[in-house]
Design a protein around this ligand. Structure first.
Ligand code: SF4
Ligand code: SF4
Length: 156
């Protein structure tokens, strides 16, 4: 009986193999073409490299509350806070993040930091090309993650 079961199992497995052989070949032309995630339906939910967001006035949304760092299970977020002044306003609140680093050597892309942020300052982008031969390149700084300021043009 066990021989019959084994033969049936092999036949079942091989039927899937031969079935796949008859399907059209799908080729990703990456890295010369678009990456496998670009344009894919599930891209919206993909947890890629982090982005630090700005508000509609161009100020940084991060108010240096440290909640993301507290929520991070890998302890890979490093923040130094500083006070905003009348002359130098970086965020809309009292404080802003003078230094904001994420160490991608340790990050597991769990998204807890994004969930913990009360101002939606930190989000996951779609970037995934993070591989490097130098581990120090995996420490992302605020300047690497901050979304560029785009001045709003007045509507005519
Ligand atoms: S995604 Fe997870 S591991 Fe990475 S910085 Fe955020 S909380 Fe930490
Ligand atoms: S990213 Fe969000 S949670 Fe983290 S320090 Fe800034 S405001 Fe607070």
């Amino acid at each position: 009986m066990s021989i019959v079961r084994n033969i049936a199992g092999i036949a079942k497995g091989m039927s899937i193999t031969f079935g796949e052989m008859l399907q059209p070949t799908q080729v990703e032309n990456y890295p010369d073409g678009p990456g496998p995630l670009r344009g894919a339906k599930f891209e919206q939910r993909y947890r890629g490299a982090h982005v630090l967001q700005r508000d509609e006035n161009g100020l940084e949304k991060c108010v240096a509350c440290f909640l993301c760092a507290a929520a991070c299970p890998s302890n890979c977020i490093y923040i130094e806070a500083d006070e905003n002044t009348e002359e130098k306003r970086i965020s809309s609140s009292e404080r802003y993040a003078k230094v904001y680093n994420i160490d991608y050597n340790r990050c597991i892309f769990c998204g807890y930091c994004v969930e913990a942020c009360p101002t939606d300052a930190i989000t996951h982008g779609h970037g995934f090309e993070l591989a490097t031969l130098n581990a120090t390149n995996l420490v992302m700084r605020k300047e690497d993650m901050l979304t560029p300021f785009q001045a709003r043009t007045e509507e005519k």
